[in-house]
Write a protein that binds this ligand. Structure first.
Ligand code: IP8
Length: 258
């Protein structure tokens, strides 16, 4: 069983204070991961080589304000090397905290920094080689990736979000499960968690998105990308992380009807 889990930046950081880890929330997440079988378990499915858990985390109060300060987005790049390093260093610091919290709970976590492995072409197509992650999984480590800046042809460097990493890895690893742990308990329709999403059009109104193009980003963009995956994806809050890792489907299940 291969699982790709994203810990949202807002879950593990205090977004009201620049570069502040939410230690309690991070430790709770690390404890839930430590209690789960991260090596795939005896009922593992899929190829033995890729069994296990991959963790990806977002930027929260670390990457985003540096990216904004340097005018860098996922499409607008910079050639200012100090700016690129400021964003990357902030994300590396948060990654150190996440890896450290997992190691403190005896989870065999190892950092993977996308700046050193990924790139984009001038059309915005991202390449994130997964062999390193697959080898770590085969050796029973838990790779921990993060949203980052990466080199992009003709743009200098642009932002690679944790969400894009999740969808790229889910495809490349042929993951069995995807989980997005966010600050909300699922995709909400007037404060009610939607159990299951099979078509974007069915929830476009609730997400405040247009049927045609998604210009709102946020939850609407997440749902669209997850619907394009073959892998079932759950969106849930921190209180449901242990249940997700135990194999349940808390929050909202996003899976296109095929
Ligand atoms: O929070 C963004 O990752 P996200 C990372 O998953 C940076 O969108 C560098 C701002």
């Amino acid at each position: 069983m291969t699982t790709v889990l994203k810990l949202g930046g807002s879950v593990v950081t205090d977004k009201s204070e620049p570069e502040t880890v939410d230690r309690e929330a991070l430790d709770d997440a690390a404890a839930a991961i430590a209690a789960a079988d991260t090596t795939g378990g005896s009922d593992a499915v899929g190829t033995a080589d890729s069994d296990g858990l991959v963790v990806v985390h977002g930027g929260g109060s670390f990457g985003h304000h540096h990216a904004a300060a340097h005018g860098v987005t996922d499409t607008e790049g910079t050639h200012d090397v100090e700016g690129v390093l400021a964003i990357h260093d902030a994300m590396r610091e948060l990654n150190d905290a996440v890896v450290g919290a997992l190691q403190d709970r005896d989870v065999p976590a190892l950092p993977v920094h996308p700046l050193s492995t990924a790139h984009r072409d001038s059309a915005g197509e991202t390449t994130l080689p997964s062999e390193q992650v697959e080898t770590m999984l085969a050796e029973e480590f838990v790779p921990v990736l993060h949203g980052d800046v990466i080199a992009q042809s003709n743009e200098g460097a642009t932002v690679l979000s944790g969400d894009e990493i999740v969808t790229l890895l889910a495809r490349q690893l042929a993951a069995d499960r995807v989980g997005l742990c966010s600050t909300v308990p699922g995709v909400l329709d007037a404060d009610e968690v939607i159990d299951r999403i099979e078509r974007f059009e069915a929830v476009a109104d609730a997400l405040g998105a247009s049927d045609a193009t998604d210009v709102t980003g946020g939850m609407a963009a997440k749902v669209r990308e997850l619907l394009d995956l073959d892998t079932p994806a759950s969106i849930f809050g921190p209180a449901d992380l242990a249940a997700f890792l135990a194999g349940e489907q808390p929050g909202t299940l996003v899976q296109r009807r095929r």
